[in-house]
Design a protein around this ligand. Structure first.
Ligand SMILES: Cc1cc2nc3c(=O)[nH]c(=O)nc-3n(C[C@H](O)[C@H](O)[C@H](O)COP(=O)(O)OP(=O)(O)OC[C@H]3O[C@@H](n4cnc5c(N)ncnc54)[C@H](O)[C@@H]3O)c2cc1C
Length: 368
């Protein structure tokens, strides 16, 4: 895996980004080697190895300078949800393609008004004679330009407390009534971000994943893999940045000795190395818990928190170690800044993780 990824490397990644092209050759090479569906069931063409294996793929890709958000969304979230809750027909229809890499899927939960409060989503699926009609707006949905279908989280009802009863649907990206609007961001990533507008989009009942109204459980099933994969991406980017930083610190001489000999350079790198390895350990634990089928919420949240914080600090310190060259495209660090920084905010923000830990790990009352 590392061999395939490093064969493409960061220069390939940046070339795709600058030309506005998907990283299709890399995706194809990974698909042919069987890496895109390593976590998915063997009977649908996957590797049957569990999430730890896909997390290793995400980590190695990012460590080669090619962090792919699509890997988080398509095989990790949508693939896992379909594997656990899809019917045989649904698995035949989408899961096989996801496992082989042929089918790419996006995941849409975030809405402009609901934000982090997913209970409050207002995209509604209303029953009609032919199935359902979807109406509403989603925002910051990654990779729609390259996706065949989108797993969309909707509300089909409300419970007695006013919280939405959620239902999930696989919607074709080119369905009539579904419009998209490009969101310009500072990210240098091959995946684009989109706002999606659902205007009476017709969806047949056989595209509903799981029972009507039981979507919250399904969403939670997809969120732990999302957090674990986000953590794996952070760790991979950090490995990439750390390798560059240590090489540069050994080679660059300003006062007659390599700059890495100065403790002002080496200690901050050593410190973030410790933080990085701790985050890696927590990510491994989260994978092990998820694959063992035990409740992985706490470990997944902690892994994503730790990996994002460590990753940001590693990349920042790697740039600092490079002096002015930290900002030159040639050194391949600064262009990853926004992708790395994004992972503190998405797929779940640092604050919502701290809320989770405060409430569930520490038993503290919640404020919201
Ligand atoms: C590049 C990018 C790609 C994305 N891709 C996808 C995707 O593919 N699919 C998808 O569905 N979504 C996607 N998202 C959305 C992402 O998951 C959300 O942006 C993220 O979860 C934060 O939600 P929000 O932007 O609505 O922030 P808000 O919920 O508005 O929060 C704003 C700030 O307030 C803080 N805050 C909110 N509530 C609390 C609270 N109770 N306590 C303390 N602090 C709080 C938050 O932590 C945050 O710092 C993407 C976002 C980006 C930027």
């Amino acid at each position: 895996m590392a061999g395939i990824a490093s064969g493409f490397g960061h220069s390939y990644f940046t070339k795709c980004v600058q030309e506005g092209k998907p990283t299709q050759d890399l995706w194809q090479a990974m698909a042919e080697a069987g890496y895109l569906g390593v976590n998915l069931p063997e009977e649908y063409g996957g590797g049957g190895l569990g999430l730890w294996a896909l997390a290793a793929v995400a980590e190695e890709l990012a460590a080669a300078g090619c962090p792919l958000m699509l890997l988080v969304v398509s095989p990790a979230i949508v693939g896992n949800v379909l594997a656990k809750f899809g019917t045989t027909d649904q698995k035949d229809r989408w899961l096989r393609g996801i496992a082989s890499g042929e089918t790419k899927c996006a995941f849409a939960i975030t809405e402009p008004d609901a934000g982090s409060n997913s209970h409050n989503i207002s995209t509604v699926a209303t029953r009609d004679a032919s199935g359902y009609r979807l109406n509403g707006t989603k925002t910051y949905i990654s990779g729609v330009e390259d996706a065949e279908a989108i797993l969309v989280v909707t509300r089909t009802d409300k419970d007695s407390t006013g919280k939405g009863r959620l239902s999930l649907f696989m919607v074709d990206a080119d369905d009539p009534g579904l419009e998209r609007q490009y969101i310009e961001t500072a990210l240098e990533a091959p995946e684009s971000q989109w706002m999606l507008f659902f205007d009476n989009v017709e969806v047949s009942e056989d595209r509903r994943i799981g029972e009507e109204g039981n979507g919250l459980r399904i969403v939670f099933e997809g969120l732990n893999p999302e957090r674990i994969m986000g953590a794996a991406m952070c760790i991979g980017i950090a490995d990439y940045a750390m390798a560059k930083a240590t090489k540069y610190a050994c080679e660059r001489k300003v006062w007659g000795v390599p700059i890495g000999a100065h403790q002002g350079v080496s200690h901050p790198l050593a410190q973030v190395k410790v933080e990085l390895e701790l985050a890696r350990l927590m990510t491994r634990r989260a994978c092990a818990e998820y694959d063992a089928g035990v409740s992985a919420g706490e470990a997944s949240n902690m892994a994503k928190y730790a990996a994002a914080e460590a990753g940001i600090r590693v990349l920042d310190q790697a740039m600092q170690t490079h002096g002015g060259n930290g900002f030159a495209r040639e050194y391949g660090l600064a262009d990853l800044w926004f992708v790395m920084r994004l992972l503190r905010t998405a797929p779940v923000s640092r604050e919502m993780i701290l809320n989770f830990v405060a409430e569930h790990s520490l038993g503290l009352p919640r404020s919201y």
